[in-house]
Design a protein around this ligand. Structure first.
Ligand code: ADP
Length: 404
């Protein structure tokens, strides 16, 4: 079965065509700068050479049309890819979705209801859904939510200590994100580390441009660092992570900024970029730090220490830990960061093997010493595969349903 996976940002659209259940990627494409004077499209089928082209993409529909045209024109793709279902990444599912769902009018309304909770993401996700429904009106469309995996959090983990009406009226609470990544990496971790999913305590840290960490007991998320929005928790490329909320009032006052400017400051100009004054990209920072730049090194130090702090918190939340996994760009490729995070954690039973850690980059690997009581793994994530698997499952279910 061929599944198209679509992931839309406010000015970008990414797609992957996968043959399921094998999970073989047949084609992938990406359009950036949708709505700008010229958009940039890239497309690749199988092992073929990637193509790049500038073109006019006024909206997400035009971006998708461009990629579908590449698919149709490609000599290695027969039947226009024969798309049998479409899986959509949707960032915020609010409290309504603890799992993936077939998209109907009610689901669309619920995605709109969550616009307030994710104003940068959900409107873009909906644009992708509309464009794909137009292009593929006769196949099932499935929404896979970043928040769904964390709907198992208990009130003590998801409530903020604000007047309770804020939660009742406005659904202000911790939701958590990167759920599809946690779903994939946790399943791989159980297999690789030989753990029983129903009797396991694991901590996974997703370290990309956005960064988060989650405590997972018996296959269910019990705590995670992002909050009502993806701004909270760990230090990220440009997002500040946890800060004292009083700082917002001080910044407004002392820097004479509007609330909209503070919002941009915390989301786009803080994190690694803000701390270093140089870059939000970890590779650039590590390069400069290795040449002796003290501020870049300090940004790296704050980044690693914040992860260590959360590890301690989550080992307490789980009352122990069988295994830890690092994933996403930084977690998968940076032995330096993994080593720094795990330094001096032998008191908690975490001991890295320096050589295993160094040679693990980009691959699934156990990087802990044989006698480390907590196993530590590197596991590259695969969110597209989870989206395609859920889309396949729900598409099969519609075929069997007498109401379809
Ligand atoms: P996104 O969240 O956009 O999917 P990625 O998961 O690709 O991002 O992660 C991007 C981050 O990974 C960037 O900070 C980048 O510098 C970092 N990264 C990628 N490769 C390396 C590497 N070899 N060493 C250190 N950091 C890396």
């Amino acid at each position: 079965m061929n599944i198209l996976v679509i992931n839309c940002g406010s000015s970008s659209l990414k797609f992957d065509l996968l043959t399921m259940p094998e999970g073989i990627e047949r084609a992938s494409g990406h359009v950036e700068r949708i709505g700008a004077v010229t958009a940039l499209g890239t497309f690749q089928a199988g092992e073929g050479k990637p193509m790049r082209e500038s073109f006019d993409a006024g909206d997400h529909g035009a971006a998708l049309d461009f990629l579908l045209q590449q698919l149709r024109d490609h000599p290695d793709i027969e039947d226009d890819g024969n798309v049998e279902a479409v899986g959509h990444r949707v960032v915020h599912g609010g409290e309504q979705f603890a799992e993936s769902v077939l998209i109907d009018d009610e689901v669309i309304d619920a995605i709109k209801d969550a616009f307030d909770l994710a104003p940068l993401h959900n409107p873009a996700n909906l644009k992708g859904i509309r464009a794909a429904q137009k292009a593929f009106p006769d196949v099932p469309h499935v929404a896979v939510f970043d928040t769904a995996f964390h709907q198992s959090l208990k009130p003590e983990a998801y409530l903020y200590a604000l007047p309770n009406r804020m939660y009742r009226r406005h659904k202000m609470r911790r939701y958590g994100f990167h759920g599809t990544s946690y779903a994939y990496v946790s399943r791989r971790l159980y297999e690789l580390a030989g753990l029983d999913p129903e009797a396991s305590k694991v901590i996974i840290s997703h370290l990309g441009n956005g960064c988060s960490i989650a405590a997972i007991r018996n296959g269910r998320s019990v705590d995670t660092s992002m909050g009502m929005t993806p701004l909270a928790g760990l230090v990220m490329g440009t997002r500040c992570g946890d800060i004292d909320p009083s700082l917002i009032f001080d910044i407004v006052d002392k820097e004479e900024m509007t609330l909209a400017e503070v919002h941009a400051l915390l989301n786009r100009y803080s994190g690694l970029l803000g701390l270093s004054g140089y870059a939000g990209d970890m590779r650039d920072l590590l390069d400069e730090a290795s040449k002796g730049d003290a501020r870049c090194q300090q940004a790296v130090d704050v980044f690693c220490y914040q992860i260590k702090r959360y590890l301690g918190m989550y080992i307490a939340a789980l009352n122990g830990c069988d295994a830890i996994a690092f994933t996403a760009g930084i977690g998968t490729y940076s032995d330096v960061i993994r080593a720094q995070v795990c330094t001096d954690l032998d008191g908690l039973g975490i001991e890295l093997d320096a050589e295993r850690n160094r040679s693990a980059n980009g691959t699934e690997a156990n990087i802990s010493k044989d006698d480390s009581s907590v196993q530590v793994w590197v596991i590259p994530t695969n969110e597209e595969l989870v989206i395609a698997q859920d889309a396949m499952k729900l598409a099969h279910a519609t075929k069997q349903s007498p109401y379809a």
